[in-house]
Design a protein around this ligand. Structure first.
Ligand code: LLP
Length: 420
């Protein structure tokens, strides 16, 4: 459920017509709905109300400070995968003691920064990482809170690029080796075992794979208990899918009820790391048609947002819904919606039936997750402006990047000014 809808034939973000947003802030423009974000936070909170829990919003999905600040106000913690993401959380007023740190390649400086900030838990993804955490903690004179990210070898049944819980993926420690790793961690005076962690994939439209993973983790947990290794939490990662087209993902309530049922009586807190489901449908990308053109058989709408602004279609061939800001009256024509970037794969959607021409505004839906957070300056295109709408109020939450900011920190070679 989102708060983007047509009123009198014109797409609105909450109470604001999107053509006014495009006029005032330019395009490409990310538009977020605060009301939708609020609803999503409340839905996750309600879904987990039957168990002690911590919702660690996955910053990678959308790390805009205003988004993070809103999540923190709702009482969320965070899942970060780099020092930069942890610094974003802190800059947004988030509390490091409610942050878990995932990722396969944390550098020692990043581990030290996280420990100094009082991180809630480091999710270790390998034995060498556990050793590094121990060394860094010893140097700092602290005991590091850790969980081991277990790779349960479960197929998340999602797009291969966003599937992470198979033995063949780089993530986590294989489940058969996890007990041995926990024994080592439990013996290490610089480590304090806090929990078990797992994340098997993203955009899951069924709860079955995560229940399968959970069953495997519970067998591991029983083994740990026999060895006297107790944990306080189980972190099941993120992964709940959203509707881009015809998917039918479960609600947070339905997704988590089976999990909570299986955990009853075990005295564990449930941590989750949702990203996409919290933000995807709370955002659209507004873009304007620059030209309409035809090459042979194919008709193109060339728009002013490209793969540097929204890379999901080009990178994963993801289908994202594209609609016209003004509800079309005609049948429309089948066309490819392509960006201005000099790459053949620079497209937002192929074979779309759209009643649009030069100067018209289009909106890509579901763009709140992995949209701006994956954007780049390719083709020296400034990062897009981002606004958050709250009822009839509009807040600029990221100003459009200035051209000169793109080459900030770059310099000419010495004597370059005389070079011919
Ligand atoms: N926790 C960990 C350790 C993760 O690796 C991820 C996502 C999440 C949580 C959040 O998962 P979510 O709830 O968003 O499914 N760029 C891709 C998605 C990559 C997901 C990577 N990991 C896309 O645009 O579809």
């Amino acid at each position: 459920m989102d708060l983007f809808s047509y009123r009198e034939g014109l797409l609105h973000a909450e109470d604001v017509p999107v053509d006014a947003l495009a006029r005032d802030y330019g395009t490409p423009l990310y538009v977020y709905s605060k009301g939708t974000l609020d609803r999503h936070c409340e839905a996750f909170e309600a879904a987990l109300s039957g168990i002690p829990h911590l919702i660690c919003y996955a910053v990678k999905a959308n790390g805009n400070l205003a988004v993070l600040n809103l999540m923190a106000r709702h009482g969320c913690g965070f899942d970060v995968v780099s020092e930069g993401e942890l610094r974003r959380v802190i800059a947004a007023g988030g509390d490091p003691s409610r942050v878990v740190f995932s990722g396969v390649g944390k550098r020692r400086e990043e581990l030290a920064f996280a420990l100094r900030q009082g991180i809630r838990c480091l999710n270790a993804e390998s034995l060498p990482e556990l050793a590094a955490i121990s060394e860094v903690a010893a140097d700092l004179g602290v005991v590091a809170p850790v969980a081991i990210r277990v790779n349960p070898d479960v197929d998340a049944r999602t797009h291969p690029s966003i599937s992470t819980g198979l033995r063949s993926n780089k993530f986590g420690i294989p489940i058969e080796e996890a007990l041995g790793a926990y024994r080592e961690a439990a013996r290490d005076p610089h480590l304090s075992v806090q929990g078990i962690d797992c994340h098997i994939g993203s955009q899951m439209v069924s709860g079955a794979p995560i229940l399968e993973a959970l069953d495997r983790l519970l067998i591991l947990l029983d083994g740990m208990q026999r060895d006297g290794i107790g944990v306080g939490h189980l972190d099941l990662g993120g992964g709940l899918g959203v509707i881009y087209g015809d998917e039918e993902p479960p609600s947070p309530q339905d997704f988590y009820s089976g999990i909570i049922e299986r955990l009853r009586g075990r005295g564990l807190s449930l941590y989750i790391e949702p990203g996409r489901a919290m933000v995807a449908n709370a955002g659209i990308l507004l873009t304007r048609v620059v030209f309409k053109k035809q090459n042979g058989e194919r008709r193109f709408l060339v728009v002013d947002a490209g793969m540097n602004d929204l890379v999901r279609p080009a990178l994963y061939n993801s289908w994202m819904d594209i609609i016209t800001a003004r509800k079309g009256t005609g049948e429309g024509e089948t066309c490819d919606v392509v960006g201005p970037v000099c790459e053949s794969d620079d497209f937002l959607g192929r074979d779309r039936r759209l009643d649009a021409g030069e100067g018209d505004l289009l909106a890509v839906r579901g763009a709140g997750a992995y949209g701006s957070s994956m954007s780049s300056n390719y083709n020296a295109r400034p990062l897009a402006c981002e606004v958050m709408v709250d009822g009839s109020r509009v807040h600029v939450v990221r100003a459009r990047q200035e051209f000169a900011d793109m080459w900030k920190g770059e310099s000419l070679l010495p004597g370059q000014s005389d070079a011919r």
